[in-house]
Design a protein around this ligand. Structure first.
Ligand SMILES: NC(=O)c1ccc[n+]([C@@H]2O[C@H](COP(=O)([O-])OP(=O)(O)OC[C@H]3O[C@@H](n4cnc5c(N)ncnc54)[C@H](O)[C@@H]3O)[C@@H](O)[C@H]2O)c1
Length: 269
């Protein structure tokens, strides 16, 4: 028999979608939700063979997994993601809007193309995927949990990320706006603002187009940054996944329209 604490975090019978679920934070989230009992639908850009290892990890836990290859920047793909989820698993209870792009660019060099692509994936896709999810949850009459992965950059800009900061600031407000309207249907909408988390995306950003000397300088800067950070380490995807589990579970049943900051103390610096 499950203890009362196990029941609080039990997602058995729940169906969850995780966007950008094949690597980084999304992969950690998908595994944690599966460990808690959920069937998981992953949505990502990569082809099915690249998604296969994480699908196998989920099924090895005894849970169901389904993969949808889709580019979230194309709004035609969004309603079909929800439809395919319901076709595959019969329902939808949890949506984790995790997929996002980030690349350094000073405001003096920011292009319209970079701006538009960043807003399309980080903000517009979340709005319309959440709309389709909410409509399904309302029709099913059982409420749900929507969790958006924003960033500490929605609160305090890092620098050279204005296009990204604007998308994440918008995402935090979108969270609160959705929360206000859909609470009456038992749908909870919250966002998580991570600080620095070690992921393939961050490794790529740090290594992109840099010479060996620049990479060395970047590493020194990073070591100094970690020493100044109150918790003195980068975050792991699991640190964010644990917060997602809390927001997806009954443990957060009186919480909506909030931002959880999981940043090792970065905002205190
Ligand atoms: N890693 C960090 O330090 C950090 C900090 C704050 C916020 N975040 C946010 O967390 C989220 C995940 O970040 P990460 O570091 O794990 O990133 P990552 O680059 O390692 O992984 C992102 C995933 O999203 C997918 N994706 C990107 N564009 C897509 C699209 N158009 N359609 C479908 N899938 C797409 C990628 O294929 C990949 O699987 C992002 O929203 C990011 O902004 C990350």
């Amino acid at each position: 028999m499950k203890s009362s604490i196990e029941k609080l975090f039990d997602l058995t019978g729940k169906v969850a979608i995780v966007t950008g679920g094949t690597m980084g934070i999304g992969k950690g989230v998908a595994l944690r939700l599966a460990e808690a009992g959920a069937s998981v639908v992953l949505v990502d850009l990569v082809d099915h063979s690249d998604a296969a290892p994480i699908l196998r990890e989920i099924t090895a836990l005894g849970r169901k997994a389904h993969y949808i290859q889709a580019d979230l920047s194309d709004s035609k793909n969004l309603v079909p993601i929800i439809d395919q989820t319901v076709d595959a698993f019969g329902d939808l209870h949890i949506l984790v809007n995790n997929a996002g792009i980030f690349s350094y660019c000073p405001v003096t060099e920011m292009t319209e193309e970079l701006w538009d692509r960043t807003q399309a994936i980080n903000l517009k896709a979340v709005a319309f995927l959440s709309q389709a999810a909410v409509n399904t949850m309302i029709a099913k009459k059982h409420g749900g949990k929507i969790i958006n992965i924003s960033s500490v950059d929605s609160i305090k800009p890092t620098g050279n990320l204005a296009h990204y900061d604007a998308s994440k600031g918008g995402l935090s407000m979108l969270t609160r706006a959705f929360a206000k309207e859909v609470g009456q249907y038992g749908i909870h909408v919250n966002d998580i603002a991570p600080g620095g988390v070690t992921t393939p995306g961050v490794a790529k950003m740090a290594g992109d187009k840099l010479t060996a000397a620049q990479k060395e300088a970047m590493k020194t800067q990073m070591d100094q940054f970690i020493q100044r950070l109150p918790l003195q380490r980068m975050g792991d995807p699991e640190d964010i996944a644990n917060a997602v589990l809390f927001l997806a579970s009954d443990a957060s049943n009186y919480m909506t329209g909030s931002t959880m900051v999981i940043d090792g103390g970065l905002l205190l610096m």
